[in-house]
Write a protein that binds this ligand. Structure first.
Ligand code: ADP
Ligand code: MG
Length: 372
């Protein structure tokens, strides 16, 4: 989707990605099919490109650093390094809290058996909790929910005794995210917060319309995301995810969860519902073009299309009924060209736009019924 946005402005694109069937590689002018840390591949990428970004936060930060010796790279290696590691990410959120006004969930770092023991002995307040690997987690992977000190020890072993954080399980009333874009010159624009529904740790639905969140929470989330981006001197598109936590007040309170140093799944609706998408903003930021303040012209709901949709109730492969889905008004189908459908794999998404929130919700219900 980034490549498409860049090409719409006449740019040529190059993608470095080892997978021969990588969706971005298949639609790009150049596909450098090699590992993220291959020096020759990185040199070729730097030779071909006037600006470089990443669509995947788990590329080695070192590769971005190498590229940055000769080309502008945004976001930079240091920021991506922070977002790659939950321990550093949470430390950053804590450092921002005074300005952003938002803290993260209570947590403890577990990197050694002694730290595990100390948490078992002294941090009953974090249970029940979620043990998360510090690195490489996504879509709920690398996470184990634990209720007791014994379960915690077993979960840490299950996760290979890797560096982890134990996070207190919070009573969520909602989740939301904010997309911010910041240019080389410090100009910042942002989208209104979207409300996200996750199932089994994977984003399922994004609600993007006025009234999706209590207005005061939406304002706080947007302000906090902007201050987090500014505090990092971030360049490019950043997504900050928040929890809304039940706290006895009418609307609950905001807790920052994590950030993604790239366009984000919860911002895919911007392709169809806004006059500039998150991918357009990423292109503008990288190219040093002015960042337009995006305007959302339609209420929207986004439904993620996971691999399950390509299998029937008996586990037999089936082609989803696109004809019926696309006969519903305001449906915009995006399929990523991934060759193989697998359970939990993000294959595409469906955005529903319409003249008002009620009709968008009605179509979304019918589309969801056809897809499950
Ligand atoms: P990932 O990197 O896989 O997206 P997250 O930390 O965002 O990992 O967790 C995935 C989902 O699990 C969240 O969107 C939320 O629904 C749930 N979750 C994670 N941490 C907590 C928590 N501390 N309390 C309650 N729910 C949580
Ligand atoms: Mg998440």
């Amino acid at each position: 989707m980034f490549v498409h946005a860049a090409q719409r402005l006449g740019y040529f694109t190059a993608v470095l990605e080892p997978d021969a069937q990588s969706p971005a590689g298949l639609v790009s002018h150049h596909h450098i099919q090699t590992g993220y840390d291959d020096p020759a591949g990185l040199a070729q990428l730097a030779h071909l490109c006037q600006a470089i970004t990443t669509e995947f936060e788990n590329v080695p930060a070192q590769a971005l650093q190498t590229l940055a010796q000769t080309r502008p790279v945004a976001p930079g290696a240091a920021v991506v390094g922070i977002a790659q590691n939950r321990i550093e990410e949470k430390a950053h959120f804590a450092a921002c809290a005074a300005v952003s006004g938002v803290t993260c969930a209570p947590y403890a770092v577990i990197e050694t058996p002694a730290q595990l023991q100390a948490v078992q002995d002294n941090r009953a307040d974090l249970l029940p909790g979620i043990l998360k690997t510090a690195r490489m987690g996504y879509d709920g992977k690398g996470q184990v929910r634990v209720k007791t000190a014994e379960e915690l020890a077993a979960a840490w072993a299950e996760l290979g005794s890797a560096a982890c954080v134990l996070e207190k399980m919070l009573p969520l009333t909602a989740e939301c995210s904010v997309l911010v874009a910041r240019g080389w010159d410090g100009q910042v624009v942002s989208f209104a917060p979207q409300r996200n529904v996750h199932v089994d740790g994977i984003l399922a639905v994004t609600h993007a319309y006025k009234g999706n969140l209590p207005p005061a929470l939406a304002t706080s989330a947007r302000d906090a995301a902007v201050s987090i981006a500014q505090h990092l001197s971030y360049v490019g598109v950043l997504c900050v995810e928040f929890f809304v936590v039940k706290d006895g007040s009418a609307h609950g309170s905001l807790v920052v969860n994590e950030m993604a140093p790239r366009p984000h799944n919860s911002g895919h609706y911007t392709l169809d519902a806004c006059d500039a998408s998150q991918f357009d903003l990423q292109v503008h930021a990288m190219a040093g073009l002015p960042l337009p303040q995006p305007r959302q012209h339609s209420p929207a709901i986004m439904l993620n299309l996971l691999g399950e949709v390509w299998f029937d109730a008996n586990g037999q492969p089936q082609e989803p009924d696109w004809h019926s889905v696309l006969s519903l008004p305001g449906t915009h189908l995006h399929l990523y060209g991934k060759v193989q459908a697998r359970a939990g794999r993000k294959m595409g998404h469906l955005t529903i736009t319409g003249p008002d929130v009620a009709s968008v919700k009605a179509v979304a219900r019918r589309a969801a019924g056809l897809l499950h």
